[in-house]
Design a protein around this ligand. Sequence first.
Ligand code: HEC
Length: 120
Amino acid sequence: MRLGIVVAALLAASGAARAQPCDRQAFEPCQACHALTRDAGQKPGPQLAGVIGRPVAGDPAFDYSPALQAARDNGDVWTAERLDIFLADAEAMYPGQWMGSPPIRSAKLRADLLCVLGGR
Ligand code: HEC
């Protein structure tokens, strides 16, 4: 019991002292479908390693929807701004896309996600 309290206090202290500005927890729901490494493994979505600055539909190992393939053919690149709009409402941006994840209305959450995706 007492040990648990000490461990909790230590965890809280180390968390506060960490110089990591990104809230990595924001990415947890995405992890079911996306990896942040070049190898996506068996995930149902494309890997997102270095996605900011990458062409839309840029994981060569992933079979994208016609909507995202058309965006890539159009020369679209994932800037932070484009990604912010996509996360806020993917369907409005690229109608017919296949990402089965609800729009993220919270600007704070989207900023945290961009932080994680930017690798910062
Ligand atoms: C249920 C599975 C699922 C979840 C959860 C999910 N995604 Fe996706 N995501 C996909 C799929 C599938 C695609 C490809 C869509 C297409 O081809 O139209 C995609 C595409 C993307 C792309 C474009 C990738 C590229 O290479 O162009 C980004 C960025 C992205 N998702 C970010 C996120 C983030 C951030 C989250 C968490 C908030 C998230 N996704 C949650 C399945 C998911």
